[in-house]
Design a protein around this ligand. Structure first.
Ligand code: DGY
Length: 341
């Protein structure tokens, strides 16, 4: 399929309006609102652009709403002479080459805060589902294996209450998970690039430890750190070897932070108890070795996926775009040096 046939442009006297691109499908009401002010090239079919198509789409517009599927780098921006803003509908922005975007004089924005609680809720749900083997149990029932209640021969899980959770990446979402863990009487330890203030540590009752101590002592390890070249394979075979054989590993951060093949091998050999994964290396492809295992809970990158929160993310991205095109500072500007207010 090609973009020309599937990307819709607002009809009518749109030519007087500034041209923008909506690179992924969004809520129809939000699109209709945008069409009141802009000539919109929209991709409601939700097809992922090839790099060549993206470069072409960006060449004729002043603003773009994009998501993690759109890699915005020097090549994507090569012909984007009129572009003023790329507004990510996502808090993570590892799809942005920020220095290249700034060098092109383009503002870059993301959607922080509006998804913090929803994502922390999901991280906790994935932790519970993994430790207590909920999806595995459901598959077991559906396969007709449940013939009696049993003290020892039903899926036995790991406790959350009064266990130790180790959070790697203690930003807003990590702190949200820590606060939820307190309600379960859990002991919270964390590791982060920089230590939290005393007040923030107190609010989460969290203790700062080295990555090694965290891996050795946590009963549940939760990953919430941003992806970068530095955080690539934060968890690989060497790190898993430090973990308790009874531990769980939860990744709601980004694919690439965990070496998925090493994890699959460790789960197969029962080096750790189980894993819960919302994000994958090379997603939407999932390493086939993970698909063979019952001690892993898989989710399709849905940590922020409630209707309310996805609407709030789209709305914030639109606020960012509108502000930039109106000459105002976007509320969640990443590269402040580009803003000429
Ligand atoms: C985010 O906002 O970063 C979510 O992971 C969706 O990409």
């Amino acid at each position: 399929m090609n973009t020309q046939t599937n990307t819709q442009t607002t009809p009518g006297n749109a030519s007087k309006k500034p041209k923008i691109l909506v690179a992924r499908a969004i809520f129809p009401e939000a699109l209709a609102k945008l069409e009141e002010s802009y000539e919109v090239r929209s991709n409601q079919e939700d097809r992922i652009f090839t790099p060549e198509e993206l470069q072409k789409e960006l060449s004729s517009i002043v603003g773009a709403l994009v998501a993690g599927s759109e890699r915005i780098d020097a090549s994507a921006l090569a012909n984007a002479k009129d572009l003023k803003i790329v507004a990510n509908i996502s808090v993570g922005y590892n799809n942005f080459d920020v220095p290249a975007i700034s060098a092109a004089g383009v503002m870059a924005t993301n959607t922080p805060d509006v998804l913090t609680d929803t994502t922390a809720d999901f991280g906790f749900a994935l932790l519970m589902g993994t430790a207590r083997r909920i999806t595995e149990s459901e598959h077991w029932i559906r396969a007709g294996h449940w013939d009696k209640w049993s003290i020892v021969n039903n899926p036995l899980g790991m406790d959350l209450h009064h266990s130790t959770v180790g959070i790697i990446g203690m930003g807003r979402i990590g702190q949200g998970i820590a606060k939820r863990a307190l309600g379960f009487g859990m002991n919270v330890i964390y590791h982060n690039r920089s230590r939290l203030s005393e007040a923030d540590e107190k609010a989460c009752s969290a203790r700062y430890v080295s990555k090694e101590e965290l891996l050795r002592t946590a009963d549940h390890v939760v990953l919430v750190l941003p992806y970068s070249a530095e955080s690539h394979h934060t968890i690989g075979a060497k790190e898993i070897a430090l973990m308790k054989p009874t531990a769980t590993l939860i990744n709601i951060a980004r694919g690439g932070i965990v070496d998925d093949l090493a994890l699959a091998q460790a789960l197969k050999e029962k080096k750790i108890f189980a894993a819960g994964l919302d994000v994958f290396e090379g997603e939407p492809k999932v390493n086939p070795e993970l698909l063979k295992l019952s001690n892993v809970v898989l989710a399709p990158h849905i940590a922020s996926a409630t209707e309310k929160t996805r609407r709030a993310m789209v709305d914030l991205a639109i606020d960012n775009l509108r502000a930039a095109l109106d000459g105002k500072r976007p509320p969640s500007l990443i590269n402040a040096e580009v803003f000429k207010g």
